[in-house]
Design a protein around this ligand. Structure first.
Ligand SMILES: NC(=O)c1ccc[n+]([C@@H]2O[C@H](COP(=O)([O-])OP(=O)(O)OC[C@H]3O[C@@H](n4cnc5c(N)ncnc54)[C@H](OP(=O)(O)O)[C@@H]3O)[C@@H](O)[C@H]2O)c1
Length: 325
């Protein structure tokens, strides 16, 4: 079996003898991988800035689709031959992966394996942080940075599906148009307009999803309403910045940090169950789905990572590892 290794800031494909010999434990399944989703976290891991959680494989890749080839004794909701999608802590950039069955969902009916590789990481992130941690309520307004990102394009669709107004930023007029098509109430070109001014004019927001960090948290606080919730999920703008403690106190704002990758299988399973209970019908009907920007053959993985790094994506990039459809 081939698997990706990181060498001097690049991905190389090498035979991995451990993968050939792995058998699933009682609560695990082994998946022959067809496609793997590409995420910003992979870019950071390959650059040496985001090591996998303790105990996880060094092979990058947080999500995949494929076919079950072996199952543990206690797994009852899946069978050999099923087409599935998996949310991983690592190991998606490989021909095979073994993972706790709680992190695996059947491929939604009528979906291709290509589409199935590009949704769990981003939709689980959007659902965990906005719906579970920030406890989105009817009547709330949401703001998210990077609306055209994988995570942003997922959150836009979830909000649209349940009628929640959502404001986003994006880096070009073209990306703003993409966000509006996905349901953005307003998309703000971050290079041409100040989102703080725009959001002040509409009276502020109740929930903010922030993957930027740096100076943005203090700026977000200016438009976060009384009892508002901000969840920090990334540091694309830097790991240091200011917090306005006065505003935090007087407005009873709640600032939270969150990482999906290092959560236990049990917690990941609970997030996937909640996501499916809430939006399963919309996924099955494909009203809500990953927006696939492009499919890239495995040998061009470094080009795919550069494409993300250069902020050029609209939605998701997926890697093709094998023809299994
Ligand atoms: N904590 C978690 O559990 C978790 C899970 C998944 C993802 N994340 C984080 O969520 C973020 C998005 O991930 P993804 O895979 O969806 O990314 P992605 O598809 O690669 O999109 C990232 C986009 O962010 C925007 N951006 C880059 N630098 C920025 C900055 N300094 N200020 C504002 N916007 C900036 C760019 O779009 P524009 O130029 O259009 O603005 C870029 O295309 C990443 O930070 C990732 O680490 C966190």
């Amino acid at each position: 079996m081939l698997a990706a290794r990181i060498e001097e800031g690049r991905v190389v494909w090498q035979p991995d003898h451990d993968l050939n010999q792995t058998t699933p434990a009682a609560d695990e399944v082994t998946i022959r991988i067809a496609y793997a989703g590409v995420n910003r976290a992979d870019v950071m891991q390959v650059a040496g800035a985001y090591p996998p959680p303790p105990g996880a494989s060094a092979i990058p890749g947080l999500e995949c689709s494929g076919v079950v080839t072996a199952i543990g004794d206690k797994v009852t909701h899946l069978a050999v031959g099923d087409k599935v999608c998996a949310l991983l802590a690592a190991g998606g950039y490989a021909e095979s992966v073994t993972v706790n069955a709680a992190q695996v969902l059947p491929l939604p009916s009528s979906w291709t394996l290509e589409r199935g590789a590009g949704w769990l990481e981003t939709f689980a992130t959007a659902y965990l942080n906005v719906f579970m941690l920030a406890d989105l309520k009817p009547g709330d307004r949401v703001f998210a940075h990077a609306g055209a990102s994988g995570v942003g394009s997922a959150l836009l669709q979830l909000c649209k599906e349940q009628g929640t107004p959502i404001y986003v930023t994006a880096g070009s007029d073209e990306k703003c148009a993409f966000c509006r098509e996905l349901g953005a109430t307003e998309a703000i070109n971050r290079h041409r307009q100040d989102y703080v001014e725009v959001l002040k004019e509409v009276g502020g927001v109740d929930v903010i999803l922030n993957p930027v960090g740096g100076d943005s948290v203090e700026r977000d606080q200016q438009v976060l309403k009384q009892d508002g919730r901000l969840v920090l999920i990334g540091l694309m703008g830097g790991r240091n910045g200011q917090v306005d403690f006065g505003r935090l106190l007087m407005k009873r704002q709640r600032l939270m940090g969150s990482t999906l990758r290092s959560l236990s299988s049990e917690r990941k399973g609970a997030i996937l169950s909640g996501l499916w209970q809430h939006f399963g019908e919309a996924f099955t009907a494909a009203r809500v789905r990953p927006m696939i920007d492009r499919v890239v053959p495995a040998e061009k993985v470094n080009e795919a990572l550069n494409y993300l790094q250069e902020n050029r994506t609209q939605g998701k990039v997926v890697l093709k590892l094998a023809e299994l459809d």
